[in-house]
Design a protein around this ligand. Sequence first.
Ligand SMILES: *[C@@H]1O[C@H](CO)[C@@H](O)[C@H](O)[C@H]1NC(C)=O
Ligand SMILES: *[C@@H]1O[C@H](CO)[C@@H](O)[C@H](O)[C@H]1NC(C)=O
Ligand SMILES: *[C@@H]1O[C@H](CO)[C@@H](O)[C@H](O)[C@H]1NC(C)=O
Ligand SMILES: *[C@@H]1O[C@H](CO)[C@@H](O)[C@H](O)[C@H]1NC(C)=O
Ligand SMILES: *[C@@H]1O[C@H](CO)[C@@H](O)[C@H](O)[C@H]1NC(C)=O
Ligand SMILES: *[C@@H]1O[C@H](CO)[C@@H](O)[C@H](O)[C@H]1NC(C)=O
Ligand SMILES: *[C@@H]1O[C@H](CO)[C@@H](O)[C@H](O)[C@H]1NC(C)=O
Length: 408
Amino acid sequence: MATKLFFLLYFTSTIILCLMASQINSSTLETDTHALVEIKRAIDPNSVSPSSYLNSWDFTMDPCESTGSQFLGILCNLPLDNSSSRVVALDLDSIGYDGFLAPAIGNLTELTVLNLDKNNFRGPIPQTISNLRKLIRLTLSENFFTGPIPLGISALKNLQHLDVSFNRLSGSIPTNISGLRSLTYMSLSNNAFAGGVPDLKGLWQLQTIDLSINQFYGDIPNLPISLRKIYFNHNIFSGHMTPLKGLKMLKWLDISDNRLSGAISKDIISLKGIVHLNVSYNRFTALEVINYSLEGPMLQVLEAQGNHLRGHLPLNLVTLKNLTNVNLANNQFYGIIPNEYGTKVMTSWRKLYLEYNFLTGNLPPEFALQTNIRGSLANNCLQCPPNIVLCHGPQRPATECVGNHQTP
Ligand SMILES: *[C@@H]1O[C@H](CO)[C@@H](O)[C@H](O)[C@H]1NC(C)=O
Ligand SMILES: *[C@@H]1O[C@H](CO)[C@@H](O)[C@H](O)[C@H]1NC(C)=O
Ligand SMILES: *[C@@H]1O[C@H](CO)[C@@H](O)[C@H](O)[C@H]1NC(C)=O
Ligand SMILES: *[C@@H]1O[C@H](CO)[C@@H](O)[C@H](O)[C@H]1NC(C)=O
Ligand SMILES: *[C@@H]1O[C@H](CO)[C@@H](O)[C@H](O)[C@H]1NC(C)=O
Ligand SMILES: *[C@@H]1O[C@H](CO)[C@@H](O)[C@H](O)[C@H]1NC(C)=O
Ligand SMILES: *[C@@H]1O[C@H](CO)[C@@H](O)[C@H](O)[C@H]1NC(C)=O
């Protein structure tokens, strides 16, 4: 919604220019009009409701010369000479259009915006999309598009925003996608993409990458240091976190639900700007936390449940000043809960999940006082008085608690 408003504002000047253009008798380039006809023709008329934008496309009138109530969803530019007007934006309403995206789309070569989100488009993304060299924004999310991303997409040198999330797309990422030099946002999430991810370092302006909920596998690729947000959750990535360590601008990292192994590296936790780190449900075996009392990583959320983390609970967690949510449940931590955790539970920590480990001993006394915190200590080997809220739930049977530090 916000982005649509933005583009309405952005193009207001273009609309005015378009009205001026009609006074100098320019009309829409014939191939553009023809492309619009084809685009409408490829959509089931039963899905074009009376109040929809497409219903206002009445080709008895010139698309770019029509006044406000017709040809909703398109914007035209001003020809500086006697040449014809061109369509520069196609921004349809999300009303459930059912049909295909006509290959004629590739003839709207002045398009800067193509937005078809939240409809029922199906079939492939036409190859001809690679002719849209001026495209800045391509949004096809929440449809039923199938097939691969057209290889020629790398030709779209001006593309800044690419969102094909929530479709049924498959195949892998074209290896020369790094050609998209202007890209700042890329979401391929919730599709059926698979395969290894190519080196993406060339996308030097990319700030957000969302590959979540697909079947990408292999190592985490090389990524550009411009990245702020990474969503790689729910794929089949394996190997170590190493390729992530130089990403100085990173704020948000979700690599949960993959097959990553090795250490949850101190190089990641130490990134100055990182606020949210979700490494849950992987195969990590170590959590490296150093003493941060002199530095200031901003980490607020550390989610690391469902790994194979071993050893004692990391004492240095208490030196992360901004930390509020800690989830280390479902691991193989053993030994006592450090007394320093008690102070944190009294002050800044809001969530603490430690269930399903092999923790032993008595709780820090503050755990008995604290009422504000949410979390769980269930299924450990603790001396856990029942009146402590976090203790609710079963304890491990004594047999599991004996020699637990040798368990796998
Ligand atoms: C535009 O068309 C109108 C009528 O069709 C005509 O009178 C006018 O001279 C034309 N203007 C230009 C600039 O060609
Ligand atoms: C526009 O068309 C008119 C009439 O055809 C012509 O006299 C004029 O020179 C043209 N102007 C430009 C900028 O091409
Ligand atoms: C694009 O326009 C050209 C020229 O008008 C036309 O021949 C061609 O069929 C159009 N392409 C599509 C896919 O409609
Ligand atoms: C990307 O690769 C495809 C297929 O190999 C090719 O058709 C296309 O021209 C390439 N694009 C660039 C910008 O190199
Ligand atoms: C972390 O990832 C897991 C698995 O993808 C998810 O269930 C959980 O909600 C995430 N945690 C946060 C705080 O987003
Ligand atoms: C971290 O280092 C500071 C300063 O060197 C020290 O005072 C503090 O006790 C250390 N904290 C932990 C948890 O080791
Ligand atoms: C981290 O905490 C400091 C104070 O300890 C605060 O000034 C800063 O705004 C916090 N950062 C974030 C991202 O919340």
